[in-house]
Write a protein that binds this ligand. Structure first.
Ligand SMILES: [Zn+2]
Length: 121
């Protein structure tokens, strides 16, 4: 799909916003599919704090230390610990792996749990 600025309407607040070429490039570079967002950037950020499930991309995961970070669609990163990996998943996530996860609020802030690979078909 050629990149072009596209108008979109937020499903939540009804605000119109532009899904910009820069934003499309950014998502593509991170490894996200380029789909028209259903939420404006503000609502997207709020939605990412909700339990989910969400889709994200592994920034890095350190097997020895047992933790890593997931990049969210907004570009924000979220921490996850090896105990937050979904049962049955291989506890090894190469950079760029697409995953689903839930958000749990902890004393140290939001944390991703139930982290599972998205099986590419
Ligand atoms: Zn909105």
């Amino acid at each position: 799909m050629p990149y072009r600025d596209t108008w979109a309407t937020c499903e939540k607040c009804g605000k119109q916003f532009i899904f910009t070429v820069e934003e499309q490039r950014r998502l593509s570079e991170l490894g996200f599919e380029i789909t028209l967002p259903t939420l404006c950037p503000d609502c997207q950020k709020k939605a990412e704090r909700a339990p989910g499930p969400h889709e994200g991309i592994i920034k890095w995961y350190d097997v020895e230390r047992g933790y890593g970070f997931i990049i969210q669609r907004s570009g924000n990163e979220i921490f996850f610990h090896r105990t937050g990996i979904a049962p049955g998943e291989t506890p090894d996530f190469p950079d760029g792996t697409r995953v689903t996860y839930l958000v749990e609020q902890t004393r140290r802030g939001p944390q991703a749990v139930d982290v599972a690979r998205i099986n590419e078909t």
